[in-house]
Design a protein around this ligand. Structure first.
Ligand code: TYD
Ligand code: MG
Length: 453
């Protein structure tokens, strides 16, 4: 048989018989890499006996058995433990703490007498041990294997029969079935497919670590999303010590949950009270700083929105910059402020920032954005004990949002005595007993501004 080669885009997997500088499908430059052509193996190639159709009524309504993860924040992100036989991909930039997180999880599984096989293709056994000492890995059946050949890894796994399998990382492991080098898209897929089948066959949860570059996803994790059951992203900023773990895809649970950790000298520590964490450096009595009660996943989170309005150097084209907030939504809010509150800022640059590197994706933050900008324009700080939430409409009306009670409770718990919220949410809160807070309902922006300033 003649060995044919093909050029494969490492970003999206598109194949081409000849080299191209730019992938015709995803438009990325310099992503085409020569690989040996392989027959694409079907995803679950004979892992199971041939399936027969079954009447819907006869399908058993079994809850999927799960293994509990001791780090309860991770447990929640997975939707209440890790499903046995599932394949979980944990993606993140190099150095973000993926190996640390997985070793901590392995430590806890082993401490609970669940045998773990931790395979590293990146580090030697003593390097892992060194990290383990920092993390306080103690007793229990934790096995380490430094190996990059997938077939040998799976042979060891079949022999050991661990309760949990960890593969660090999918880019360093290769299958000898393929001749392309480790980390190429066909290798990464083959590795994921084989581990997927191993997990399903043995009912063992498997974790795959995958490196993602800042730009997105060179060689892999993106192309694995449809193969694996769960995709978790581990993110953080270089200059912030906190890390955010969230689900991007979960076949067995919600994708909205998120967990926040701090990288310390003894590994990752879950932050049980993220709101307090994100507000701890909030300036006192500064104009432009507003605390909004948002919902991240199922949990409320208080985040400070900072605004800065300053005279522009580009008279014809003043800057509108947002970090962590939706740019289009912000432009819309600026128009509403001009039209409905009568401010003009055609000669002003406007900067908005969600503090702590957080992303706020929900319209409930609108009211915070508006009040922050108005606070800057008036050069008057909003009262320190005030938290706000509410969606703003194009007519300057403030519209109700979901989960108002959870937002109010979180703010109250952190000592905010006054909460400005949509008028429409106030009635619904009457029956909720929330002590120690004063609720200010506003139906329009005009009214909100009057109440605050
Ligand atoms: P690591 O888990 O190796 O990252 P990844 O596997 O995602 O590449 O963690 C890398 C960083 O974490 C490294 O810069 C050192 C730091 N770190 C700590 O600060 N404390 C610790 O206890 C550990 C184990 C690592
Ligand atoms: Mg690592």
């Amino acid at each position: 048989m003649k060995n044919k080669s093909v050029f494969v885009c490492q970003g999206c997997g598109t194949k081409s018989p000849k080299w191209m500088g730019r992938c015709p499908a995803c438009g990325e430059w310099n992503t085409m890499v020569e690989e040996a052509e392989v027959e694409e193996a079907p995803l679950v190639e004979q892992a199971f006996a041939p399936a027969e159709p079954i009447p819907y009524q006869d399908v058993k309504n079994l809850a999927k058995p799960r293994a509990r993860v001791e780090i309860k924040e991770v447990d929640a992100v997975l939707g209440g433990g890790v499903v046995l036989g599932s394949l979980v991909l944990i993606g993140g930039e190099p150095g973000i703490g993926k190996s640390t997180l997985l070793l901590q999880m392995s430590r806890d599984f082993a401490a609970g007498r669940t045998p773990v096989l931790y395979v590293s293709g990146e580090e030697s056994l003593d390097q892992i041990k060194l990290r383990g000492e920092r993390l306080g890995v103690g007793g229990g059946p934790l096995f380490l294997l430094a190996e990059t050949n997938l077939e040998r890894i799976l042979a060891q796994a079949e022999k050991l029969r661990p309760g949990v399998l960890v593969l660090d990382s999918v880019q360093t492991v290769f299958s000898s079935k393929l001749s392309s080098s480790p980390g190429t898209i066909s290798q990464v897929r083959e590795v994921a497919n084989q581990v997927f089948r191993f997990a399903k066959r043995n009912g063992v949860p498997a974790f795959l670590i995958g490196h993602i570059t800042k730009e997105g996803s060179l060689a892999g994790p993106k192309s694995l999303e449809h193969i694996v059951d769960v995709v978790l992203l581990f993110e953080g900023e270089r200059d912030h010590s906190h890390r955010v773990l969230r689900a991007l895809k979960n076949r067995f649970g919600p994708v909205s949950e998120l967990a926040i950790f701090e990288m310390t000298a003894a590994g990752l520590e879950a932050i049980p009270d993220p709101s307090a964490f994100f507000l701890r450096e909030r300036p006192k009595n500064e104009s432009g700083s507003v605390v909004v009660a948002t919902i991240k996943g199922t949990r409320p989170l208080l985040i400070e929105i900072q605004s800065l309005v300053s005279p522009t150097l580009f008279a014809s084209n003043p800057r509108r910059m947002t970090v962590g907030l939706d740019h289009y939504r912000t432009s819309m809010l600026l128009a509403v402020i001009e039209r409905k509150l009568g401010y003009t800022f055609g000669t002003e640059d406007i900067y908005l920032n969600a503090a702590g590197g957080m992303e706020i994706g929900e319209p409930a933050a609108d009211l915070g954005v508006v009040l922050g900008i108005v606070s800057c324009l008036m050069n008057r700080p909003v009262p320190a004990g005030l938290a706000v939430f509410g969606e703003v409409g194009l007519s300057g009306e403030i519209r109700s949002v979901g989960q108002a009670a959870a937002r109010v409770r979180e703010a109250a718990a952190l000592g905010f005595g006054t909460i400005l919220l949509p008028e429409g949410n106030v009635a619904g809160l009457a029956k909720e007993k929330i002590d120690g807070v004063r609720l200010l309902g506003a139906g329009t922006l005009r009214r909100a501004v009057d109440l605050v300033f």
